[in-house]
Design a binder for this molecule. Structure first.
Ligand SMILES: [Zn+2]
Length: 304
């Protein structure tokens, strides 16, 4: 009897079960496999050519990547029933985009200058700040870092150094200079651009808010306006709910932030437990630190 239901004798092995080199070269399946292999080789040769070529993205951002030779992409050949090639974004692209954003915000130059190494340490409280910041960079949890208080104590420097380290770890960082950006946003409040700008601050992987609630004039000018408080709450609350890393520097102490708006400040306080540093405005920091430290739980905000 010839053939079974598939038109093939039961004693005759299924050609599909044989390795390609044992098939009759003229068999349709063998021809198909040869075509596939030729296509794969062709695509691989094309991908190799692309992957060996040099890109020039490093000339724009100074980031040198041996993986993609600064093209930003690598070409890969894949098989999913048929052969095809695709461009895969290199991990360095995340860093490049982040750098680009920082470049636009004006923080890129200071990141090169304001590092942990260049942070001035001449007393124990400065050493404490640097240690906490270094510890924070290595904390895998999405904790926040908040440093408030005295003007000129290196708050911006240490926060910038943290951002630099996070960028090196391929995190995407967005910079917000509160006094400038809050004024710009409040002017856009009825425009579509307002929502997109605020959304970017709510949703970015890491946000650094510099000079939070800084007012145009001296501190004696009073607290932030209702519009400032509303804007801050929108951003802080969204990041609190989404548990997104946030770094905050401010001339205000935590108690003062609480007085302005408890809803916002309590979220900052909760998220930055262990990393909430307060630099006293008075000179005798150590003495006051000891006084205030009494009665505080470990992990609460720390006065340095
Ligand atoms: Zn790369």
């Amino acid at each position: 009897m010839h053939g079974g239901i598939f038109g093939r004798s039961p004693s005759e092995p299924d050609p599909a079960e044989k390795p390609a080199d044992e098939l009759d070269p003229d068999h349709p399946l063998a021809r198909r496999l040869r075509q596939q292999e030729e296509l794969r080789e062709c695509l691989q040769a094309k991908a190799d050519l692309y992957n060996e070529s040099e890109g020039h993205l490093n000339s724009l951002d100074g980031i040198d990547c041996p993986l993609c030779k600064n093209r930003g992409y690598t070409e890969e050949v894949r098989f999913n029933g048929y052969c095809y090639s695709i461009l895969v974004e290199c991990p360095c692209q995340k860093r490049r985009k982040s750098w680009q954003r920082l470049q636009n915000s004006g923080l890129a130059a200071s990141i090169r200058r304001q590092t942990f190494e260049s942070f001035e340490v001449t007393s124990s409280w400065q050493e404490r700040i640097r240690k906490k910041a270094e510890q924070y960079v290595h904390d895998e949890e999405d904790r926040w870092f908040c440093i408030g208080g005295a003007v000129g104590c290196g708050k911006t420097h240490i926060c910038t150094a943290i951002c630099g380290e996070l960028l090196n770890g391929n995190k995407s960082v967005r910079y917000m200079c509160w006094p400038e950006e809050s004024v710009r946003l409040k002017g856009l409040v009825n425009e579509e651009e307002y929502n997109s700008r605020v959304r970017a601050y709510k949703e970015c992987e890491v946000l650094y808010i510099d000079d939070f609630f800084k007012l145009g004039r001296a501190r004696s000018a009073g607290g932030p306006s209702d519009a400032d408080v509303k804007l801050a709450y929108q951003i802080i609350n969204a990041r609190y709910i989404a548990r997104k890393k946030t770094i905050i520097s401010s001339e205000w102490l935590m108690d003062e932030l609480m007085d302005f708006d408890e809803a916002t400040a309590s979220r900052i306080y909760e998220m930055s437990k262990g990393y909430a540093l307060q630099v006293e405005r008075e000179k005798d920091r150590n003495h006051r630190y000891q006084e205030r430290k009494k009665g505080k739980e470990d992990g609460d905000e720390e006065l340095v």
